[in-house]
Design a protein around this ligand. Structure first.
Ligand code: ADP
Ligand code: 5GP
Length: 225
């Protein structure tokens, strides 16, 4: 069976990548898996080790990098983040579409390295309508200090300008969430036509269940009347 091509999602911190991918995963249950990255950053409230990230020490990640265990890694916002080969393979082995949420340096590494031909990912860049909106979202999320927010906004400016010269398959502006989600889903359905089948099957089974329930009620009612 041919392996499913992964999706690389990139875009400034706070732009809504997690929000958009969670909406998609919720709708197409069982079709996606996340590549769980390693990071030296501290967990935020509510983040779970092994689910949101593998939270590790600097020594540990440097050793793993030295041992060649990463597809890519980068220094982002004063921390190290990396995608292990195992993180991607474990999702692909389950025959799920693997979503990588990585920064622009990581995307460059993948584009210029063996993973681009081996994994053949699609590349999506999520961008804000403007920087004021992005800053407002970082504040609304209430997960970062003032200093971290400033670093993230500065990094966003560099990322957005670098993205313009890169071969992303799609640039998605996340302004109104519903519109952005619709555009995102349309892109995904084009790239992964089997997703259409997932929901078609789900709809058919829902219609079948509804039909059976109506028949059951009708005959039940007739039997007792
Ligand atoms: P990322 O994963 O890119 O860092 P998040 O998905 O965590 O970003 O989103 C950051 C914050 O912005 C969250 O509080 C989220 O609810 C909010 N958000 C996401 N998309 C929108 C949108 N289109 N309009 C307003 N707020 C949004
Ligand atoms: P956050 O700290 O907000 O979770 O993530 C900060 C940034 O790090 C985001 O741009 C996110 O895409 C990026 N990031 C998360 N995991 C990885 C990774 O494994 N590799 C790279 N290069 N960037 C990552």
């Amino acid at each position: 069976m041919e392996e499913l091509r992964p999706l690389v999602m990139c875009g400034p911190s706070g732009i809504g990548k997690t929000t958009l991918k969670n909406m998609l995963v919720e709708k197409y249950k069982g079709s996606f898996g996340f590549s769980v990255s390693h990071t030296t950053r501290k967990p935020r409230v509510g983040e779970v080790d092994g689910e949101d990230y593998h939270f590790v020490s600097k020594e540990k990640i440097l050793k793993m990098i030295e041992d060649g265990q990463f597809v890519e890694y980068a220094h982002v916002h004063k921390n190290i983040y990396g995608t292990s080969i195992e993180a991607v393979r474990s999702v692909m082995k389950q025959n799920k579409i693997c979503i990588l949420d990585i920064d622009i340096q990581g995307v460059k590494t993948i584009l210029n390295g063996p993973a681009h031909n081996e994994l053949k990912p699609y590349y999506l860049f999520v961008q804000p309508r403007n920087f004021a909106d992005l800053e407002a979202r970082l504040r609304k999320r209430q997960t970062d200090t003032e200093e971290q927010i400033n670093i993230r906004v500065q990094t966003a400016k560099t990322e957005i300008s670098a993205s313009k010269d890169m071969p992303f398959d799609k640039f998605l502006t996340n302004d109104k969430l519903e519109d952005a989600y619709e555009e995102y889903e349309t892109f995904m359905l084009k790239r992964y036509p089997m997703l259409g089948g997932c929901n078609k099957n789900k709809n058919i089974s829902q219609i079948r269940t509804l039909g059976l329930s109506i028949a059951f009620l009708y005959f039940g009612f007739k039997a007792f009347s």
